[in-house]
Design a protein around this ligand. Structure first.
Ligand code: F6P
Length: 363
């Protein structure tokens, strides 16, 4: 009988449990047994934290948020630096992981994580560990796959919040800011902004001038009375990244909308009645929506099939509506960000939404 290890690593998101359940349910009838490592890569390092995963452990968990295996985006295996950069994990840490996996007879390891977790996985694969990656992140910033699971639910949470925020904006004639997660990629902001009817969408990929935004808001307030501005947490004000804390390599983002509100107030004192809402971790928590449940289940099945085929050092991917596998290396080391040829960017610009500028009073 072959033993497969599973771990969830990095920030949690909706759909993790659906992937875990799907791997186990696919692999048990094939004759595999499963071990779940707890708290991400930390569970693989000494002292190891793991437990068997049997059918009873994964029954009825697919609709639950979070991860039954727990996770961390910190620790000894951290390989992520800034926007897509990769840190070399110390060789003694990599060797410890390899020896520990060998000591309990792990034949293959399924790593459910984002770019940092998969960059770590790639370094361990160099020591001969058989790895299959599953692309997880609400940010949808992993290359080589069209979608990561968790993203659709995060977008839905933002849109639901915007639907409520619209009524306060129009009732009070206010400018309301909605700040989303996404780190250095603007996918959550642009898709939610488009779906939720934002008047301006500010993204990490497209710097803007506060004076241009003020001019646009002035027009909008006079013409329509209220405005909704979606701000990605990694958006740059006059090219400055606003962070709350953290090291220079891995900053903690958040607060850009409130800073923007203050900057606008400084440029046009008393002109706008403004408030900000930072949505934060509600975008990551709770039950996955149907799209993420289905994607997560499909990823789990495909990951197990890759293990069974003996196809390692690959990440399962969803491209052009099909499940496939790609080399993990193709997914790591750089981020998939919003570009001017993205359908979402073009649609928003054509509808007159302010992104990196304003081309006149056509909205
Ligand atoms: O990568 C997922 C993510 O939710 C980002 O969008 C966000 O910047 C970050 O994680 C927050 O991490 P933490 O939970 O450590 O604050």
């Amino acid at each position: 009988m072959k033993r497969v290890g599973i771990l969830t690593s990095g920030g949690d998101c909706s759909g993790l449990n659906a992937v875990i359940a799907s791997i186990v349910k696919t692999g048990l009838p094939m004759g595999y047994e499963f071990v779940g490592f707890e708290q991400g890569w930390e569970g693989v390092l000494s002292p190891m934290k793991y437990r068997p995963l049997e059918a009873k452990d994964v029954r009825g968990i697919a609709f639950l948020g979070g991860t039954i295996l727990k996770t961390t985006n910190r620790g000894r295996f951290g390989a992520k630096v800034g926007a897509g950069g990769v840190r070399r994990i110390p060789s003694d840490v990599l060797e410890m992981a390899k020896e520990n996996l060998d000591s309990i007879g792990i034949d293959a390891l399924v790593v459910i994580g984002g770019d940092g977790s998969l960059s770590g996985a790639l370094q361990l694969a160099e020591l001969g560990v058989n790895i299959v990656g599953v692309p997880k992140t609400i940010d949808n910033d992993l290359c080589a796959t069209d979608r990561t699971f968790g993203f659709s639910t995060a977008v839905q949470v933002v849109v639901e919040a915007m639907d409520r925020i619209h009524t306060t904006a129009s009732s009070h004639n206010r400018v309301l800011f909605v700040e989303t997660m996404g780190r250095h990629a603007g996918w959550i902001a642009i898709r939610a902004g488009l779906a939720g009817g934002a008047d301006a969408i500010l993204l990490p990929e497209f710097p803007f001038k506060v004076a241009d935004l003020v001019e646009y808001l002035r027009f909008r307030q006079q013409a329509y009375g209220s405005s909704i501005v979606v701000v990605a947490e990694g958006a740059r004000i006059e090219d400055e990244l606003v962070s709350t804390a953290g090291s220079s390599s891995e900053v903690m983002l958040g607060g850009v909308s409130n800073r923007l509100l203050r900057d606008i107030e400084a440029q046009s004192p008393g002109e706008f009645d403004m408030r900000g809402t930072v949505l934060g971790h509600i975008q990551r928590g709770g039950t996955p929506n149907p799209a993420d449940r289905i994607l997560a289940k499909a990823y789990g099945v495909e990951a197990m099939k890759a293990v069974h085929r003996g196809e390692f050092n690959v990440m399962v991917a969803y491209n052009s509506l099909h499940m496939t596998t790609v080399p993990i290396a193709e997914a790591c080391g750089q981020l998939k960000t919003v570009t001017t040829d993205a359908m979402e960017y073009q649609t928003a610009r054509d509808l007159g939404v302010f992104i990196d500028g304003w081309s006149g009073p056509h909205r």
